[in-house]
Design a protein around this ligand. Structure first.
Ligand code: NZQ
Ligand code: ZN
Length: 385
């Protein structure tokens, strides 16, 4: 097992009707900015319930954080935070709202140009604080509710940032808040959580037995409950399991002490930025192709995945790997998520642009051993088409 340090300070408040806990979780004298997206939380009454739970506090709102949140939008919120002396941010939404709120929290206290935070130019000493934040999760998928990262769209790219100061102080996970999600967003959540898990598991053997068994538990649970929760939005236990899987897939637990890949995510970000394809759908396109192209490098873990996740222990090794990849693809398709780039209206010629953007954004040495060059990415994209 590799050396690691693990610290996760986020308090999880899980279950039905936990809104009133907000009163206990946010300081009584705080001026709160409620951050939300395109309006689903207004339409379904969540924002009203949150406001009620906040009682007499001074509460302001910032709506309109778009899916794949944009830098320019978030900078308008930064102005509000500074002008109104906001001292607590509450994100009410999915990954985009949570990530956007994390960025607002950091940028509001950053003395230099906040673009630095996205382009890796901010020095740790300049990022010494952030406005405290909490979340009320409405879409189980990204794990943003219990991690210290975010992804922000800027220009023609998506940029990842991390800071220990943006771990949410708390996250309220109420599965009933997700009952209003359209099936396609639920399917996205299952796929995103699945891929977060395999990015930290189908890598290289590292004797991380706890991490592997936990990853396998998450994957098997997602395979069990995925179709159920897409078909029946009101099945509380299926949705609760999706929610807890999604959180644990990316809160640092299964990735501690083991190699990590993230090729699928980095190529996927370019597909979202260029073609507007939902984050999770880009992952369903890229992941099977990564395994096909890099099957030799990943052979040992692909065989373990085949055996322990899909019960494929018999037959020759190559056919086990082939079947595991085919089963994974069929699982995503069964949720209604297409797994071919061509199914999203992207032409084969456009692969050139994707590879150019990977280069322009410095994504030239991806994977657990940094072996995924632009040339390998091109083969992956051609395989995915
Ligand atoms: O904007 P509104 O009107 O609220 O509608 C949203 C949005 O259109 C809707 N929605 C959310 N909750 C709902 C609902 N509709 C009905 N009922 C509800 N309860 O769903 C749509 C998608 O929301 P979004 O937040 O964009 O989806 P998701 O949670 O999948 O987040 C995707 C973003 O997270 C980033 C992605 O790159 C992408 O920008 N990621 C963040 C990560 C992290 N912080 O660790 C890791 C991930 O790999 C991912 O990259
Ligand atoms: Zn993801």
């Amino acid at each position: 097992m590799l050396n690691f340090e693990f610290h996760n300070p986020t308090r999880i408040v899980f279950g039905k009707d936990r809104f009133r806990e907000l009163n206990r979780l946010i300081p009584a004298d705080a001026t709160v900015l409620l951050c939300y997206g395109g309006g689903s939380v207004k339409r379904f009454g969540t924002l009203d319930k949150v406001r009620q739970a906040l009682g007499e506090r001074n509460v302001l709102e910032f709506g309109g954080i778009e899916a794949n949140p944009r830098y320019a939008t978030l900078m308008r919120a930064v102005e509000v935070v500074r002008r109104e002396q906001i001292d607590f941010l509450l994100a009410v939404g999915g990954g985009s709202v949570m990530d956007g709120t994390k960025f607002i929290a950091l940028a509001a206290e950053y003395a230099g140009n906040p673009e630095d935070i996205l382009f890796g130019k901010a020095k740790p000493a300049q990022l010494a604080s952030a406005v405290p934040l909490g979340t009320v999760v409405t879409l189980p998928a990204t794990g943003s509710e219990m991690n210290s990262g975010g992804v922000i769209s800027h220009g023609d790219g998506k940029f990842v940032f991390f800071s220990p100061h943006v771990f949410p102080r708390f996250s309220i996970l109420d599965p009933t808040l997700t009952f209003t999600l359209p099936p396609t967003q639920v399917a996205n959540g299952v796929v995103d959580a699945f891929i977060h898990t395999v990015e930290q598991y189908v890598t290289l053997p590292a004797e991380g037995r706890f991490q592997d068994r936990t990853a396998e538990g998450i994957l098997r649970t997602l395979i069990e409950i995925g179709p159920v929760t897409v078909a029946d939005p009101k099945d509380y236990d299926a949705r609760a399991n999706l929610m807890w899987c999604a959180t644990n897939a990316l809160n640092g637990l299964i990735g501690a002490g083991v190699p990590q890949d993230w090729t699928t995510h980095m190529i996927g970000h370019e597909l979202t930025a260029l073609f507007g394809i939902d984050h999770a759908k880009t992952l369903a396109i890229v992941q099977p192709a990564v395994w096909t192209v890099r099957r030799e490098q990943k052979r040992a873990k692909l065989l373990q995945y085949a055996e322990r996740v899909w019960d494929l222990g018999a037959g020759d090794e190559d056919s086990r790997v082939d079947t595991a990849i085919a089963r994974t693809r069929a699982f995503f398709e069964s949720l209604g998520v297409a797994t071919r780039l061509s199914a999203y209206g992207v032409s084969r010629e456009q692969i050139d642009t994707v590879v150019r953007n990977l280069e322009a954004h410095g994504m030239v040495a991806l994977g657990e051993k940094r072996e995924v060059t632009p040339e390998v990415s091109r083969r992956i994209l051609e395989e995915a088409w």
